[in-house]
Design a protein. Structure first.
Length: 169
């Protein structure tokens, strides 16, 4: 089910470092949008609306992106392996960082559209798609079916966000 979002999100696996008043922590990003991020961490004993400072790398060739963020969602660890414990953060970005993130998200959308085009012409082997998959920052993809699922999911998210934006204008 797709939520009403102002920006689409993409799967994004990378290291995320964040600081709170009581320490500095490392997490793994799960998904990213121009408005926020969800990170997997066991450090979930944090109140919603807590402010934090974060740091992550979008592209290895560029400087890390640092940001202020507000914790909007806390997912506690459970016995259910399908539930990822972590934090949903809403960004409070400086204009330069917002521009970098928006540019990165535009590049992500482009990469997903390229992947959809390639996949529409048949079933290439994953090895030939490795450079594109790496740019997409996807989790480990086991087969073409899984890749198609991720691509279709993100493209549907982009389509829904674009329709919402058009209806608001």
């Amino acid at each position: 089910m797709f939520e009403r979002r102002r920006s689409f999100r993409v799967p994004f696996r990378n290291k995320f470092i964040f600081s709170l008043s009581h320490g500095v922590f490392t997490a793994t990003t799960v998904n990213l949008s121009s408005g926020g991020i969800f990170v997997q961490t066991m450090e979930t004993n944090i109140a919603q609306e807590t402010r934090c400072r974060g740091l992550m790398v979008l592209n290895p060739e560029e400087k890390p992106v640092s940001m202020n963020a507000i914790i909007k969602r806390v997912v506690l660890p459970t016995d259910n392996p399908d539930i990822i414990p972590g934090l949903g953060l809403s960004f409070d970005l400086e204009p330069e960082m917002l521009l970098r993130l928006s540019s990165f998200m535009d590049e992500c959308a482009h990469n997903y559209k390229v992947a959809a085009t390639i996949l529409s012409y048949g079933e290439p082997d994953l090895l030939s798609l490795e450079p594109l998959i790496a740019k997409m920052k996807l989790p480990v993809v086991m087969d073409i079916g899984e890749l198609k699922f991720h691509v279709e999911h993100v493209l549907k998210s982009i389509e829904i966000v674009q329709k919402l934006q058009q209806s608001e204008t």
